[in-house]
Design a protein around this ligand. Structure first.
Ligand code: SF4
Length: 298
């Protein structure tokens, strides 16, 4: 199966989005996912064009709303492979409430956040991950707001798999996408995505000497179920230290991988026949209108 659509991407030359798209295409291919059972959702922004360039189902949604739509689709048909993609402005600015709410649910899907620290589609305004006092060439003055750390926010929200990739490390990114898609629960993949058109601070030349892989330093992200509290504390401290590391050294790889029941598993307590019977199948039994009227009669 060829996962590349016929359409040629119209991103700027050198954009990190090309690397993410290639990694996604390779990951879908290597996992042999059925294109008729795979959906990629996007929000609004340069990154949101991704589904147009993939030969699977794609839905280009609204600004900041990719997570509710993607989660809704996954719950309506739990047998789909679902990937949501969006930029840092989309996911951590207007979509920040949905980002947190999704972490609390742990629906079994992958969310990839393309982080270029600017709103590229609208000429490079400061995004929520640009640091306080930083000034890209697209800004008239230094940024007066502080940055959100996507990894720490994901952790605080309850994401059960948290990783970071780099757009120009396509092979490493492909492996992370495969791992994220194979994780049972909500996987969050933060991707450092240089925007050569508007972000002249964090370019590929800036990233190259700083990026390193956690796995090369013996970091173990696995958090087994039922870990004793003192062991869990150690894991959390290890995570926080690495998630906050930024500057001379920037870690990539899997930071956190926990075993927690998915939202779909929790739903079984309310819907015993789920996921065998799920909304996308349509109405399974005729509606008992008379019974409903009696139940709700005043
Ligand atoms: Fe990529 Fe930046 Fe161009 Fe958007 S504006 S396509 S993020 S290089």
């Amino acid at each position: 199966t060829d996962y590349k659509a016929d359409k040629h991407p119209d991103w700027c030359p050198g954009c990190g989005d090309f690397g993410i798209l290639s990694a996604l295409q390779m990951a879908l291919f290597e996992l042999r996912l059925d294109p008729s059972q795979t959906v990629v959702f996007s929000g609004i922004g340069c990154s949101a064009k991704t589904p147009h360039y993939l030969n699977v189902y794609g839905v280009h949604t609204l600004h900041g709303r990719v997570l509710p739509v993607a989660q809704g689709a996954k719950l309506a048909n739990p047998h789909l492979a679902v990937v949501a993609v969006g930029g840092d402005g989309d996911g951590l600015g207007i979509g920040a409430g949905h980002f947190v709410a999704a972490g609390r649910r742990n629906v079994d899907m992958l969310y990839i956040l393309y982080d270029n620290e600017v709103y590229g589609l609208t000429k490079g305004q400061a995004g929520p991950t640009l640091g306080l006092g930083e000034k890209t060439k697209s800004l008239p003055k230094p940024n007066p707001q502080g940055r959100v750390n996507p990894l720490l926010l994901a952790f605080a929200s309850g994401y059960t798999w948290i990783a970071r990739g780099y757009a120009y490390d396509v092979k490493g990114l492909k492996e992370l996408i495969k791992e994220g898609l194979s994780h049972k629960g909500l996987a969050f993949l933060h991707v450092l995505q240089p925007c050569p058109t508007y972000n002249d601070l964090h370019t590929k030349e800036w990233f190259a000497p700083r990026i390193y892989r956690l796995q090369d330093e013996g970091y173990d992200p696995h958090v087994p179920e039922g870990l004793p509290p003192e062991e869990l504390d150690k894991k959390m401290a290890q995570f926080q230290e690495k998630a906050a590391e930024w500057g001379e050294r920037i870690p990539t790889g899997i930071f956190w991988k926990a075993e927690v029941p998915t939202f779909e598993e929790r739903l079984k307590a309310y819907l015993p026949r789920y996921p065998e019977v799920y909304p996308a199948l349509g109405q399974q039994e005729p509606l008992d209108l008379e019974g409903l009227l009696k139940e709700f009669a005043l």
